[in-house]
Ligand binder design. Structure first.
Ligand code: GLN
Length: 190
């Protein structure tokens, strides 16, 4: 299976490493031609406003929206979560999202860069111990639609969700040495 990692801006490199380690063939996606070759896509952390803009200037927004609407599995982390949700709170007026997970996502909900933090999360579907999660200017899910499963929370707020073949995390599961969330994505959805 070929899994793409959107590589227009942000933290794509560690996702590539993690996927390769799990035995799938990672592909850096920067164009529609790249996108056409993959079976699933990781949307990494970074700056969602910038990624949204670059998706448009690369003529990739609409082709990617079509693939997602067609049921392509996707794993969005941090900025990637913002891009896959239904509604962006505290976004820039011109930033767009794909609306494949029925969540409202508030950007920078835990504060600024200096307020970045780490937490051990109990994750639904992972039974062999907590997942250590790194939150960097992280978003939070403020509203959740009916079809969405909440897989982990921080202070009662959802930070890991799934709807159908799409998984979204407010944190950075590619940092550190724990492949279990990528495994969960590959096993359950891709
Ligand atoms: N705050 C960033 C945004 O709004 C996301 C931060 C991240 O991906 N680590 O896009």
């Amino acid at each position: 299976m070929k899994v793409g990692v959107l590589a227009l801006q942000g933290a794509s490199a560690r996702h590539v490493t993690m996927l390769a380690r799990l035995g799938v063939q990672p592909v850096a996606v920067r164009s529609q031609a790249d996108l056409d070759t993959v079976d699933a896509l990781v949307l990494p952390g970074g700056e969602s406003t910038t990624i949204s803009m670059l998706l448009e200037s690369a003529d990739l927004f609409d082709p990617l929206a079509a693939r997602l609407a067609g049921g392509m599995p996707a794993f969005g982390t941090c900025a990637g979560m913002i891009l896959l949700g239904h509604e962006i709170l505290d976004g820039r007026p011109d930033q767009r999202c794909f609306d494949v997970v029925d969540i409202s996502v508030r950007r920078n909900a835990f504060g600024r860069q200096v307020d970045s933090f780490e937490a051990d999360l109990a994750v639904g579907g992972i039974d062999d111990g907590p997942v250590h999660a790194v939150f960097i200017r992280a978003p939070v899910v403020e509203a959740v639609g009916e079809g969405v499963d909440i897989l982990a929370t921080v202070e009662g707020r959802p930070v890991l969700c799934r709807q159908g073949p799409v998984v979204v995390a407010a944190f950075h599961p590619e940092l550190g040495d724990d492949p279990r969330l990528h495994e969960l994505f590959l096993r359950e959805v891709a």
